[in-house]
Design a protein around this ligand. Structure first.
Ligand code: ADP
Ligand code: MG
Length: 453
């Protein structure tokens, strides 16, 4: 595609991977699309700050969990292929999944039928139960970590990585300090030590409720009131839940971890068992040298990779364009403005890249945003404290062809609804920047027709 479209140009390389667009951003990490230049395989790479990871006292646990994750090949757990480190960063190379987040489905289509919800819940329990049996707990089960592959199979991400993003106290127990508490078990919020298996199951219960209800069991705009509701498991199942589903959810969302149902009991529950297919999977011989070299004090500096950058907008190839549009549906390539609340949106533009960036900068300033510019990226930092912290937005310009750019606008911190409002306001100021093909994306024969009038 285009004159600069050749593989390897205008890209960042890490080891044998060519980095592409950012797929998502959390508080502690970024996840980027990447391509193995030796095999052509597409992967996702999670990039963490090395100093933050290595300075806290969990290295032994992190090393053990990452090693275990490398060994796990479960159909509902995102595969971890290898780990690399540069002087300042850690790169976790994972299986790329292209079906988007499970909860985007609910955001766009509403709650699921009970049978469909059960199917995802069974896959979730399979993943969680298997990792627990290997001594790995998730501790951060939430919608963002439930992804779908191209076949619609559920894949749980970030197993064994939660210790990387959690503050850890001297006693070695984990304590959440940030993130949405909506999915978190009461004993975890309580800041006492807890049993990872019981806490994970609670989160699975909240997820099941949301899948079937289309809304959260515990919600309150006031954080203290929310905590109180969670401590008391103060929730009501909607009338459309079947009696047996209600009973099971009640047993999972038991605020007392010692009387809470166990995963083994969930698996033998009648409601759960309907249409259940036990997972089929393999384990494999895996080399753990990469994990050992990163997490041992004596890490061999010769093993370090370097990031190479280029000073022009990244070229987006067809693979990536397709991977950005969920489930290979090219109609959503350049997202239409819909009412569904998402953390990310994009538009196309025919203006030169530099001009796009300065127009965004000019539009964001008066809206109360601090703008930081670097290469073909902008960081917008909200000046007002938002509902879930200051709104922060990352934008990047990608070259699709020499005369067509794709602009990505992604929330990196703050409340999704506030982000959505931001996007609505800024798109008014960017009307002359955005390009919309008349009548949407043209069909193949329309293009042919236009070329030969
Ligand atoms: P979070 O704390 O929200 O889970 P992450 O840094 O783990 O943050 O990931 C951010 C986002 O990147 C996820 O919500 C998901 O949309 C996307 N993502 C993560 N892993 C993958 C993957 N293996 N394949 C595709 N997308 C991914
Ligand atoms: Mg994640």
């Amino acid at each position: 595609m285009g004159t600069h479209g050749g593989a390897g140009s205008g890209r960042t390389r890490v080891g044998r991977y060519e980095l592409g667009r950012t797929l998502g951003e959390g508080t502690f990490a970024k996840v980027k699309f990447a391509r193995n230049v030796e095999t052509g395989e597409n992967v996702a790479i999670k990039i963490l700050d090395k100093e933050k990871v290595l300075k806290h006292k969990m290295i032994a646990q992190i090393k053990r969990e990452i090693s275990t994750m490398k060994l796990i090949r479960h159909p509902n757990v995102i595969r971890m292929y290898e780990v690399m480190a540069s002087k300042t960063k850690i790169y976790i190379v994972m299986e790329l999944v292209t079906g988007g987040e499970l909860f985007d489905k609910i955001a766009s289509r509403g709650r699921l039928k009970e049978d469909d919800a059960r199917k995802y819940f069974q896959q979730l329990i399979n993943a969680v139960d298997y990792c627990h049996s290997r001594g790995v707990y998730h501790r951060d089960l939430k919608p963002e970590n439930l992804l779908l592959d191209a076949n619609g199979t559920l894949k749980v991400s970030d197993f064994g990585l939660s210790a990387l993003s959690k503050q850890v106290r001297e006693d070695g127990l984990l304590h959440t300090t940030c993130g949405t508490p909506n999915y978190v078990a009461p004993e975890v919020i309580n800041n006492k030590g807890y049993d990872g298996a019981k806490a994970d199951l609670w989160s699975c219960g909240v997820i099941l409720f949301v899948l079937m209800a289309g809304y959260l069991p515990f919600e309150d705009s006031n954080l203290m009131s929310l905590y109180k509701k969670i401590y008391k498991a103060d929730f009501t199942c909607p009338s459309w839940f079947s009696t047996s589903a209600k009973k099971l959810i009640k047993k999972i969302l038991d605020p007392n971890p010692s009387t809470r149902i166990t995963i083994a009991e969930v698996i033998s529950n009648e409601w759960f068992k309907k249409g259940y297919q036990p997972p089929r999977f393999e384990t494999a011989d895996v080399n753990l040298d990469d994990v050992n070299s990163i997490f041992n004090e004596t890490g061999d500096p010769a093993q370090l990779v370097v990031e190479r950058r280029e000073e022009r907008p990244a070229v987006m190839n067809a693979f990536e364009l397709i991977s950005t549009s969920q489930g290979l549906n090219l109609g959503t390539l350049f997202e239409k403005q819909t009412d569904s609340v998402k953390r990310e949106t994009r538009f196309a533009s025919r203006l030169p890249a530099k001009e796009i960036l300065s127009k965004i900068e000019a539009a964001a300033g008066p809206m109360g945003f601090n703008v930081q510019k670097r290469n073909y990226k902008l960081k917008l930092q909200g000046e007002n404290p938002g509902r879930k912290g200051q709104l922060a937005i990352a934008t990047e310009v990608f070259e699709v062809t020499p005369s067509l750019y794709m602009v990505e606008i992604r929330k990196s911190n703050g409340d999704t609804l506030e982000f959505h409002n931001f996007y609505h306001s800024i798109s008014n100021g960017l009307k002359d920047v955005m390009w919309k093909p008349e009548g949407g994306i043209p069909e193949a024969d329309e293009i042919r027709h236009r070329r030969s009038p």
